[in-house]
Design a protein around this ligand. Structure first.
Ligand code: SF4
Ligand code: SF4
Length: 466
């Protein structure tokens, strides 16, 4: 049995030979040489990415050579000052002062009908007993969100689980009440839900459309791979039921948007096949996340798997480039987000809003840094009854700042990456840095190919700046 599996695995992995070569190239090209800058070469010429402010510049060959030498000699800061690209840090060591909460996720049902092999929520129960959130608790959470918001504020209310549709009545009542409160108080409130799709009905489609939900469906690939990773607790496959349930949602996307989220494990690394199938199926967007930390360790990505994943991501990215140039829509979410962030010159001291503007709420009303910290003392942030634990939040924001993280403080990608998902880092460390940097290096190249010179905050020549 073991020999057969190994042979199959060998054959399966050989299919990735071309994309693995690309991955190795990008992992090598993105290796850190300087904390201040990173060099990129494309068919368009040489380019310098300046970590401070995540700024991207074209460099004439002579200047590119100077940067290359300065990296070998540890003089990049001096050279940046010399060409006018130095200056005060955009991100300093000061932790964020806890902002008003603008996004809450409600673990509205801490129970689930699936038995996913890698579930971080341990079949929705987060290591405790199966339970639903009571309507009064959900209302209390909505009050926390809207009461602290200034008129005109933009807020998001997310429903997660477990499987949130197990508790449909409370979900719907909470949404209606929250939407009415938002109108009353002049707030812009958006709604989102992450569902396994098995319980979706025509009625849900109408409801989500009415309230303009962003619906994310967890789908791990075509039928065979999805069913192996995301079966019912009985072991039966869930794919056919989900795809049938999704049709009324996919055909009705006007205010509502329906996206597929693929959790990538060593068993579903054929990303291009998955992406093309879901794009053709009419999803608003399709995104991939590597499984880096699972309570049982099952399905966690290792270095070899991450190399294959990077190659597949680049293959998907190259198709995105081809389709963009042809003027076609190809909603590969990871790429769309990366292009947007590079365009904006995103420079952030945290990977996400967890514990800052975003909190998770358990079915019992405990507050957590985000949905993945529900039931986890590591990310406890108070409770709806006792209020947000502001002291704990301040400590969290100080401890999680990217400047306090090793080896992030010396990584050229730190302000694009933010230091990696807190939950995964706390549970497993940082096994994916080569993958992250390789992907960002590829995305910077793609941005340079797709964006005309002068486009975006960062794209100027050093000569112009000096
Ligand atoms: S987590 Fe991100 S910022 Fe930190 S070292 Fe890894 S790639 Fe760099
Ligand atoms: S800590 Fe991780 S799971 Fe939680 S919001 Fe941030 S990136 Fe997402």
């Amino acid at each position: 049995m073991g020999a057969i599996c190994r042979r199959r695995e060998g054959r399966f992995r050989k299919g990735f030979r071309v994309s693995r070569a690309a991955a190795r190239h990008y992992m090598t090209a993105s290796a850190p040489r300087s904390r201040e800058a990173h060099l990129i070469e494309t068919a368009l010429g040489g380019h310098v990415f300046v970590a401070n402010g995540s700024r991207l510049f074209d460099a004439v060959p002579e200047l590119f050579g100077q940067f290359d030498r300065a990296m070998n000699e540890g003089r990049v800061g001096e050279l940046l000052d010399g060409v006018g690209l130095g200056g005060a840090p955009y991100v300093d060591d000061t932790p964020l002062v806890a902002p008003p909460v603008h996004a809450l996720s409600l673990a509205i049902a801490q129970k689930c009908n699936l038995g996913c092999t890698y579930c971080y929520a341990q079949q929705g129960e987060f290591g405790g007993a199966a339970k639903n959130m009571a309507a009064a608790r959900a209302n209390q959470a909505v009050d926390l969100l809207v009461n602290g918001a200034a008129p005109g504020a933009r807020l998001n209310l997310a429903f997660l689980g477990g499987e949130p549709l197990v508790n449909r009545a409370v979900l719907q009542a909470t949404t209606r009440r929250a939407a009415a409160l938002a109108v009353e108080r002049d707030l812009t409130l958006t709604f989102s839900i992450t569902t396994n799709g098995t319980l979706l009905t025509e009625g849900d489609a109408a409801f989500f459309e009415e309230f303009g939900f962003a619906v994310t469906v967890s789908l791990d690939g075509p039928r065979d791979v999805h069913d192996a990773q995301r079966p019912y607790q009985s072991g039966k496959g869930s794919y056919d039921r989900i795809m049938e349930n999704l049709q009324p949602l996919l055909s009705r996307q006007r205010r509502m948007q329906v996206s597929a989220r693929v959790t990538v494990t060593p068993a579903n690394l054929m990303l291009r096949r998955t992406l093309d199938q879901f794009v053709a199926g009419g999803f608003h967007s399709v995104g991939f996340s590597p499984m880096l930390s699972a309570p049982t360790g099952q399905g966690e990505m290792q270095g070899d798997d991450l190399e294959i994943m990077l190659g597949e991501m680049i293959d998907c990215g190259q198709e995105f480039e081809r389709r963009s140039i042809a003027g076609d829509r190809y909603p590969f979410a990871n790429m769309v987000n990366a292009m947007r962030e590079i365009q904006r010159g995103t420079h952030r001291p945290y990977p996400c809003g967890a514990g800052a503007g975003y909190l998770g709420v358990s079915a019992d009303g405990d507050l957590a840094a985000c949905h993945r910290f529900v039931g986890d003392a590591e990310g406890a942030m108070g409770s709806l009854d006792a209020g947000i634990d502001q002291a704990r939040r301040s400590i969290w924001l100080a401890e999680r700042h990217v400047h306090t993280q090793e080896p992030c403080r010396d990584c050229w990608a730190r302000y694009l990456c933010g230091g990696g998902c807190h939950h995964e880092v706390i549970r497993r460390g940082r096994p994916a840095c080569d993958y992250i940097r390789g992907w960002l290096h590829y995305c910077l190249e793609a941005y340079l190919r797709l964006a005309p010179p002068g486009c975006g905050e960062g794209r100027r020549t050093p000569a112009e700046v000096a």
